[in-house]
Every structure is written in structure tokens, then in C-alpha cells.
Design a protein around this ligand. Structure first.
Ligand SMILES: *Cc1c(COP(=O)(O)O)cnc(C)c1O
Length: 319
């Protein structure tokens, strides 16, 4: 449907989590390893970039622009995808700039991207300015949306849902649980579940109030639904989001995040990240503790990547 480049190692593995499941004495847990998509430490943005970079190439771009936090996994994967495709990459990162490059920001520099620092309020305006300036200079810029989350990016997760169905056939779980933020991942998985049938999809918000994230996901899913030639109307209530685990906000590690990271590492040898998957896993453990899942249900945790964040100076001291 959309043109696609081959950047990711697919299908990503699905593994059992036997020690963790028995430690928690809750539902049987399995995991989908999108931290292993293979592009410069991988993560969920790699799937989206297969479509977004294809669009950039098709438009004849020689430069991609995008934006994110200092420790953005999206920006790191975009920088890697640009290198792989022979395009330049300019990143607008929300500062202040750290004292020295570490984690994802270090990798951005290693991958040869140019970095422009801004503050949160000015972010979109600065990005727009960088875009217009590039055009004026005769460059051919392509703007990759925040988090890679538009219908095209979300289509990658519609495909990923199909990939999971093909992998597990009659062994599908009852629930898919994962970290949700700019909404593209959830829009794709949600639409997969709605149109193809299968597990329920629960996004654990890492930064937005549920009502805000639901609306974002609904908008992207509705766009994609029309592009797929389905007439279905998507209601807000169908989009399942919990915002019970935001703590002090985006990127501020709390005790629940920290414990989840330690438990996954110690029980299964699986590394989570301090911003997204640690928070989502903390939520999952709490939901299990509160008996949110019914007896006998099976739950798949979709690992969305982010592990370079473990090496960021700002998180290492607190982990
Ligand atoms: C971006 C990101 C997410 C959230 O995905 P969205 O599609 O933006 O909702 C989750 N986990 C990690 C590690 C990410 O980098």
C-alpha cells in the first residue's frame, strides 16, 4: 500500500517469560522483541521509518528533519536510517544540551546527524524554521513527524500486528501491553486488533493524560482506516489507555519504573529502558498485582526498544 524500504530485521522474536511469570504468579507472560529490530540498537521507530524513509526517497529528499527529547530513540533511529539511505539528518532536540553526549544523544552524533537545541515551547516553531531555511538554501528536506506517528508510520504497526498473528497462529495472547506516547504504535496495533481480530490492545501512557492520548491515537487510526478503504468509525472508548503510571512526568524515573527494570533484568535477562518500557512494565506489574487480567489469560508485553537510554548520564545514577 505504501512504498517501503528494508531497514528492520523482521519478524522480531516472540519469547516466553517463564521465570517472570512464575515470580509474579499472575498470567502467563510472553514478549515481542521490537528492541531487536536491528537498526543502531533497534526499537519501534525502525518499523515506522521503513515507510517514512521510503516516502522521503520517493520525494527526492536529500535531508530528513525531525524532533524529540535529548534522549529520543526516534531521533537516534532516524539518524541511523538516514545514514543507511545516504541522506543527511538534522535533529531538533529539546534541551538544555547535556554537559557531555551520552546514551542516544551520543549515538546521534556518532551517526553523523546535525543537532539544533531548543526548548519545549519553541520546538515546533524551530523545526518549521529549520525546514524553511533548508528549502531556501536549495536543500531538499523531508519532515519526519514527531515519533514517526502519522498514518504511514502507524501502518508499520498494523503490519506488525499481522506479523504477530502469523507467528503465533492459534497461540495468540488475550492482551498486548506496551508503552504509548506519540500514538503511532498504538494506532497501528489497535487497528490490527479491530480489523483483523485477536488480542485486546492496552497502551500504558508514559507522558500524556489518557484523554489526550486516546484522541491522538483515534485521529491517526481513523486516517489509516480510511486509507485502508475501511469505512469503520473509531470511537474514543475503543482506544484503551491507562495514565496511572505517569509519576512526575516524561523521562522522570520513579521507583516503580526502576523496580520493573530490575525485575525484567534479574528474572529474564531482558533489558528495558528508563523512559518507555520501564514505565510500561511497571504498569504491567501493577495491573497483574491488582488482578486486572482474568485467571487463565495470557499477556504479551511488546518491547518497543529504547535500551541506549540505560547509558544516558541522567539515568545511570538513578538506576
Ligand atoms: C517512541 C517510543 C515508544 C512510544 O511509541 P509511540 O508510537 O510514539 O507511541 C515506546 N517505546 C519506546 C522505546 C519508544 O522509543
Amino acid at each position: 500500500m505504501f512504498p517501503r524500504l528494508n531497514l528492520a530485521h523482521l519478524p522480531t522474536p516472540v519469547d516466553c517469560l517463564p521465570q517472570l511469570s512464575s515470580f509474579l504468579s499472575g498470567p502467563e507472560l510472553i514478549i515481542k522483541r521490537d528492541d531487536l529490530t536491528g537498526l543502531a540498537f533497534g526499537g519501534n521507530k525502525t518499523r515506522k521509518l521503513e515507510y517514512l524513509m521510503a516516502a522521503a526517497k520517493e520525494e527526492g529528499a536529500n535531508l530528513v528533519l525531525t524532533t524529540g527529547a535529548a534522549q529520543s530513540n526516534h531521533c537516534r533511529q532516524t539518524a541511523a536510517a538516514a545514514a543507511r539511505c545516504g541522506l543527511r539528518c538534522r535533529l531538533v532536540l529539546v534541551g538544555p544540551p547535556p554537559e557531555r553526549p551520552s546514551g542516544n544523544y551520543f549515538l546521534d552524533t556518532l551517526l553523523g546527524s546535525e543537532i539544533i537545541w531548543t526548548d519545549k515551547e519553541a520546538r515546533d516553531q524551530v523545526l518549521e524554521g529549520v525546514y524553511l531555511e533548508a528549502k531556501k538554501k536549495g536543500e531538499k528536506p523531508y519532515l519526519i513527524p514527531y515519533g514517526g506517528s502519522n498514518a504511514r508510520g502507524a501502518y508499520a504497526y498494523f503490519q506488525a500486528y499481522q506479523e504477530l498473528k502469523d507467528q503465533l497462529a492459534d497461540q495468540l495472547p488475550d492482551w498486548i501491553v506496551f508503552a504509548s506516547s506519540s500514538g503511532g504504535t498504538q494506532a497501528g496495533l489497535f487497528l490490527g486488533s479491530k480489523l483483523l481480530g485477536g488480542p485486546q490492545v492496552l497502551g500504558i501512557s508514559v507522558d500524556q493524560p489518557a484523554a489526550v492520548l486516546q484522541e491522538t491515537v483515534q485521529g491517526i487510526a481513523q486516517d489509516l482506516c480510511h486509507l485502508l478503504n475501511h469505512e469503520s468509525e473509531i470511537s474514543l472508548q475503543e482506544i484503551q489507555v491507562t495514565d496511572s503510571y505517569l509519576g512526575q512526568g516524561y523521562g522522570i524515573l520513579n521507583e516503580r519504573d526502576r523496580q520493573a527494570i530490575h525485575i525484567f533484568a534479574e528474572k529474564e535477562g531482558i533489558l528495558l529502558d528508563p523512559v518507555y518500557t520501564g514505565r510500561a512494565a511497571g504498569g504491567l506489574l501493577d495491573l497483574i498485582h491488582k488482578r486486572f487480567f482474568e485467571p487463565g489469560q495470557r499477556v504479551l508485553f511488546w518491547h518497543t526498544g529504547g535500551t541506549p537510554g540505560l547509558f544516558a548520564d541522567r539515568y545511570q545514577a538513578d538506576l
